[in-house]
Design a protein around this ligand. Sequence first.
Ligand code: NIG
Ligand code: FE
Length: 449
Amino acid sequence: MIIINIGELTGIVPEGTLRKQGAEMSETGTIRNAWLRIAPDGTILDFGPMDDLPGAGLEMGSSDVSGCSGMGMGGPTLALTNRRPAHPQPGIPTDKQVINAEGGMVLPAFCDSHTHIVYAGSRQGEFIDKINGLSYEQIAARGGGILNSSDLLHNTNEEELFRQSMERVQEMIAKGSATIEIKSGYGLNPEDELKMLRVIRRIKDTVPATIKSTFLGAHAVGRGYTKEQYVQEVIDMLPRAAELADFVDVFCDEGFFTPQDTSRILQAAARHGLRPKIHANELAESGGVQIGVKYNALSVDHLERAGDPEIEALKGSETMPTMLPGSSFFLGLPYGRATDFIAAGLGIALASDYNPGSSPMGDMRFVMALACIRMKLTPVQALNAVTLNSAYAMGVSHLTGSITPGKRADLIITLPGWTLERLPYTYQTPFIKCVLLKGVEFQTSPPQA
Ligand code: NIG
Ligand code: FE
């Protein structure tokens, strides 16, 4: 398959670059007026300028090409289908499909390395409490917050939980995310945590997006346990959780789990082969970043409250600092020190944190906009943070997250006239023409007859 007439092909990264740090955050490869070929296995084959179109003898006149169906933003019915993008046209061999991007931009699909989208019901009552002046901590202290979601999840059967979660997954893919991490953490007892992990597994087996699963048993102390008992319960859950999850997470923050609790859990998790990705420094300078680095975490996430010691700890590590501006926006927290991190030579990943309590949205384009408007990242820095670096934070940046030969053709094709700068600038204007997952167009509505 070939995509032609790409106004701007951006997010090109050389083979072997698995993350961007420091000054590299400001670099990305771009070709104006480009084509891109996709191999039959759904990976990127090659790309180049239109002047240099391979197989130009194929007669790609306007009657021989078709655009993708452009249904990406979703109709009223959300049926999961995934079909080949263009109808074979007369004059072109059937195995050669052509998408005319009509001057639209092609960029790597978003990677969202931190979400809690398996949850039941909603927490809109707490939304009103928040408007009336209660803080996230005050809501949690009254038995709301994560424990509220845990009660709702306990009373929702696995099938219904899957159905509700799938609506969010489909919404996220339609908005351009092709790789998504999903955490447990609203179960807070062995039975319900495993229920969540099974639902994540089923999502992984159902959707064409790439899904990574994280065991966040230590999200809050489950009802009926002391903290001490619950930390032990989490450790006891690890062998079963490790059969379903790719990573382990702990909410290492004030009022939740201490660095000592986190250490115990991460040590035990390492024995089951689970690499950490941890919640740290959202509510306080919790020591979570240092613990994450000590246990070679793939990422430390939130960092609204990180100071110089956190930056020092991250230097020279394999841990990706990950920031979640959606929760800063929703909770009114500081946005953190992204530009200081980058000036110190570190990389940044950005993720949505999609969850019912602190960031009820999974729109990575809005995350880019917040990063540019509130965190003062440039559009190129924000792009690297929502693609390659976020893929790194899920351990898949060798497979996706950039325009690189051999990587999955997880791509966004935009409507004509878009540029990278305009994405976070006119940040509410629809821009997606279609999303390709491993080279196949994602359809949120049933294909039209
Ligand atoms: O990342 N901070 C901890 N966990 C989530 C919030 C979860 C919730 O409130 O349901 C977060 O913000
Ligand atoms: Fe989170």
